[in-house]
Design a protein around this ligand. Structure first.
Ligand SMILES: Nc1ncnc2c1ncn2[C@@H]1O[C@H](COP(=O)(O)OP(=O)(O)O)[C@@H](O)[C@H]1O
Ligand SMILES: [Mg+2]
Length: 356
């Protein structure tokens, strides 16, 4: 909760700086419909008209429930799959451009490692793909192992089938960073990790952020996202339902928590919701203008001990956004059903009219 000092106190100077940075990733009406089965039947769209911009140097989190379309959007940006409609650009070039691919890094959602290689051998193979060899290769691998906090000795001796999930995730991070990429895409980098593993991945992400890299990652671990992201977008059933700086999203719509003593209960009742009493103090939620409330409090001789913006957590905000969207969708489909019923026409089968 933030204490109210001025009507503009929920706009942080750090966040406003991001607005002026150049765009590094942009999508326009990006859409993906997978075609599956023998007849290549179109499935419902996995991504619908997605238009977003990511700024250079920012850490951007894409959140959404399972099946929302997060991995689909990431794969479209990487050029792994082609859009059904719309376009995406990275650093001004079309997604999938081979020169651009050499300037980005990617940690997949479920990376597959050849189990019988050691971490060092796997990274050595990755270095080869980027044309890094000899002493430069040894230096780069050692640097990356240090960055992801993997022990050099076990990386050279231990086969990856003996690695824990956290160690595999760190090898995956190291391979994603081999080419010193300008943009790093991470698909669920914290999933399946214990709190220590998550903390370490978070530290790596923060150190990349300090180096000025642009980070785009998918996650459903909201507490981590809240700690490291400059901006987020929420994706649900292929739709971007909100996008922005966490601070601003959570502060809007704001209400206030007020605590005080004295005054008239009848008047307080008109202004506050959920009033409780404790130790001679009353407390409640204020949805009106706080300055007008303060003036009223003075007139009724009430003393205000505390007035704070009550912001939801990112988790509460996320759940509320998804719930609201689904309720709206249910309402819309309920309104459409009677119209659809009216338009039902009898079908002709073997020359006979039958009702549907
Ligand atoms: N290769 C594919 N073929 C057909 N459908 C797919 C494919 N990949 C994903 N989907 C479908 O697209 C939707 C979004 O999936 P995905 O992008 O993996 O979601 P998320 O990463 O948010 O969990 C899901 O309904 C999923 O079943
Ligand atoms: Mg996914």
């Amino acid at each position: 909760m933030n204490a109210v000092s001025s009507p503009h106190s929920n706009v942080s100077p750090a966040s406003s700086a991001i607005i002026h940075k150049p765009t590094i990733i942009a999508t326009q009406d990006l859409r993906k419909v997978y075609r599956t089965g023998f007849w290549l039947k179109a499935a419902p769209p996995s991504l619908k008209q997605c238009s977003i911009e990511i700024y250079k140097g920012e850490t951007f989190g894409l959140l959404g429930p399972n099946g929302a379309g997060k991995t689909t959007l990431l794969k479209l940006l990487l050029g792994i799959i082609r859009p059904t409609a719309g376009a995406a650009t990275l650093m001004g070039e079309p997604a999938g451009d081979s020169e651009i691919k050499s300037r980005i890094g990617y940690l997949p959602e479920n990376p597959y490692f050849y189990d019988y290689l050691t971490g060092w051998e796997f990274l050595s193979y990755t270095a080869g793909l980027f044309g890094i060899s000899g002493q430069a290769k040894k230096r780069r691998i050692a640097e990356l192992l240090d960055l992801v906090q993997l022990d050099r000795i076990s990386a050279t001796k231990k086969q990856m089938r003996r690695y824990s999930k956290g160690m595999l995730q760190r090898v995956g991070m190291a391979q994603a960073l081999m080419n010193d990429p300008e943009i790093v895409f991470l698909d669920e980098p914290m999933s399946g990790l214990d709190p220590t593993g998550r903390f370490q991945v978070r530290e790596i992400i923060l150190s990349l952020k300090e180096q000025g890299k642009t980070l785009f990652f998918n996650s459903h671990v909201l507490s981590d996202v809240e700690k490291i992201c400059d901006r987020i977008a929420i994706l649900d059933q292929g739709d971007i339902i909100c996008i922005g700086e966490i601070e601003k999203l959570l502060g809007n719509p704001a209400h206030y928590q007020v605590k005080g003593h004295g005054g008239s209960l009848d008047i307080l009742d008109q202004w506050l919701c959920d009033i409780t009493f404790n130790d001679g103090y009353w407390q409640g939620s204020l949805y009106e203008n706080p300055f007008e409330f303060m003036a009223t409090a003075r007139l009724m001789n009430a003393h205000i001990a505390k007035l704070e913006i009550a912001k939801p957590t990112l988790e509460e905000f996320f759940i509320q956004q998804i719930r609201q969207r689904r309720e709206n969708a249910d309402k819309m489909s309920a309104e459409q059903i009677p119209k659809a019923k009216r338009s039902v026409k009898p079908r002709r089968l073997f020359g006979k009219l039958i009702a549907q």
